[in-house]
Design a binder for this molecule. Structure first.
Ligand SMILES: O=C(O)CCC(=O)C(=O)O
Ligand SMILES: [Fe+2]
Length: 359
C-alpha cells in the first residue's frame, strides 16, 4: 500500500514517449508537436483571434491581500469563495530567500539539456526533470519544462552539480519549510471559516502531509500565439502557493468573466484552491481552473508548492454543523475519497475526476 505521494505516483506511470522535454535552446521555430490550434481547446496571448483572450485587467483582477491586515482571514475566505484564488503579500517570507529560490531555479534550467536529462523523471517517478504530468491528456506538447522536488532534492541535485549541490538543496529545503508554515496559517483560517474543527483534520502539522515543490520554466517561444505554457487544469492539492518571476503568463478562469491575468507582484504569492479543498468545503471554494501562456522574448519561471493531506486521509465534504440552528443540514455534493484514490483518478481522468465523485 502506498504511504507517500511518490509511491502513489509509481502506481500511475506516465507513458514513456511522453516524458522527454525538447531542447528549447535549439528550437528556432515552433515544432508541429508544440503548435496548438483552436480545436485543441486553445487560445493564448493578447493578439489571439480566439474569443477567450484575457479579460480587461482594469475591470477584473484576483484579490490582493496583505496577511498583516487584521481582516486578512475574512478577505482570504471571501476570495476563496468568489475566485478560488488570491495574491498574498505581508506573508513574512524573507525576500532574500525568494530571490535565492528564483536564482537556483534559473541555474538549474540554464544547464545543458543533456545534464538536466540525467535527472529525468522515470515513467513511474514523481521527482526530477520532465514535462508536465498533465501532458498525456492533450494532443500537443506544452512549451514548458519542470523539475519536481518531493522532500529532499539531494540525490538529483548531486547529479546536476556533483561538487556544488548544497546551495540548491539548502535553499529548496528552507523554502519548503516556509511554504508549509504559511499553508498551515491559511488552512487554519479556511477551516475556521468553514466551521470545521481541527479535530477532523488532525494531520495538520504532522510529518505525513503530502507536499511537493515544482519548479517551472517557460522558455521564450518563437511563436507564442500558437504555443501553450501549461494547458488549463486544476491542481489536485488542497491549495497551491505559486511564486512567479516578474513576467506574466498565469491566468485564472472565472465563471462569467473568462480568463483573468494574475499579474506578477514582487514578492507576492499567488494562491489557488485545489480539488481536495473544493471537496472538503463541499463546493464552497471553487477549484481554480488555470493555465499559463508564453511570450516571445523572455523566459518565465515559477515555483509552485502543493500542499495536501496525508495520502491515506479520507477527504469528504466536511459540512457546517447546522450553524444557523435551523435543523437543516447541508447535503454532501461529493462522495468520500482517499487522497491516494483521488490522485489515481486524476491521473486517469484529469478534469473529469471531480465530476465522477459527485453524489
Ligand atoms: O507557472 C505558473 O504560474 C503556474 C504553475 C502551475 O499551475 C502548476 O505548476 O501547476
Ligand atoms: Fe497548476
Amino acid at each position: 500500500m502506498p504511504t507517500t505521494l511518490s509511491e502513489v505516483y509509481e502506481d500511475h506511470p506516465i507513458h514513456l514517449q511522453h516524458i522527454v522535454p525538447i531542447d528549447f535552446s535549439s528550437a528556432q521555430t515552433l515544432p508541429d508537436s508544440h503548435a496548438w490550434s483552436q480545436s485543441d481547446g486553445f487560445s493564448s496571448g493578447s493578439s489571439s483571434v480566439f474569443p477567450d483572450t484575457p479579460a480587461d485587467d482594469r475591470l477584473f483582477s484576483i484579490p490582493l491581500i496583505d496577511l498583516m491586515n487584521p481582516n486578512a482571514s475574512d478577505l482570504i475566505c471571501q476570495a476563496c469563495e468568489s475566485w478560488g484564488a488570491f495574491q498574498l503579500i505581508g506573508h513574512g517570507i524573507p525576500s532574500k530567500l525568494i530571490e535565492e529560490v528564483d536564482s537556483e531555479s534559473r541555474r538549474l534550467f540554464a544547464l545543458p539539456s543533456e545534464q538536466k536529462l540525467k535527472t529525468l523523471r522515470s515513467p513511474g517517478g514523481a521527482a526530477g526533470y520532465g514535462i508536465a504530468r498533465i501532458s498525456p491528456f492533450f494532443p500537443k506538447y506544452m512549451w514548458h519544462e519542470g523539475f519536481t522536488i518531493l522532500g529532499s532534492s539531494k540525490d538529483h541535485a548531486k547529479e546536476l552539480w556533483p561538487h556544488d549541490y548544497e546551495r540548491f538543496c539548502e535553499t529548496m529545503d528552507e523554502y519548503q519549510k516556509q511554504m508549509k508554515m504559511i499553508s498551515h496559517k491559511l488552512i487554519r483560517m479556511m477551516l475556521k471559516h468553514l466551521n470545521i474543527s481541527e479535530e477532523e483534520v488532525k494531520w495538520i502539522g504532522s510529518t505525513t502531509e503530502s507536499t511537493a515543490l515544482q519548479l517551472n520554466s517557460y522558455p521564450a517561444c518563437p511563436d507564442p500565439d500558437r504555443a501553450m505554457g501549461l494547458a488549463p487544469h486544476t491542481d489536485t492539492s488542497l491549495m497551491t502557493l505559486v511564486h512567479q518571476s516578474q513576467i506574466s503568463g498565469l491566468q485564472i478562469h472565472k465563471e462569467g468573466v473568462g480568463w483573468v491575468r494574475v499579474h506578477p507582484i514582487y514578492g507576492a504569492l499567488a494562491i489557488n484552491v485545489g480539488d481536495l479543498l473544493h471537496i472538503l468545503s463541499n463546493g464552497r471554494f471553487p477549484s481554480a481552473f488555470h493555465r499559463v501562456t508564453v511570450n516571445q522574448t523572455m523566459q518565465r519561471f515559477s515555483v509552485a508548492y502543493f500542499y495536501g493531506p496525508p495520502v491515506d486521509f479520507t477527504v469528504s465534504p466536511l459540512l457546517s454543523k447546522d450553524v444557523s440552528g435551523s435543523g437543516e443540514v447541508e447535503a454532501p455534493l461529493y462522495r468520500s475519497v482517499t487522497v491516494k484514490e483521488y490522485v489515481g483518478m486524476k491521473a486517469k481522468y484529469l478534469e473529469k475526476a471531480l465530476s465522477l465523485l459527485k453524489n
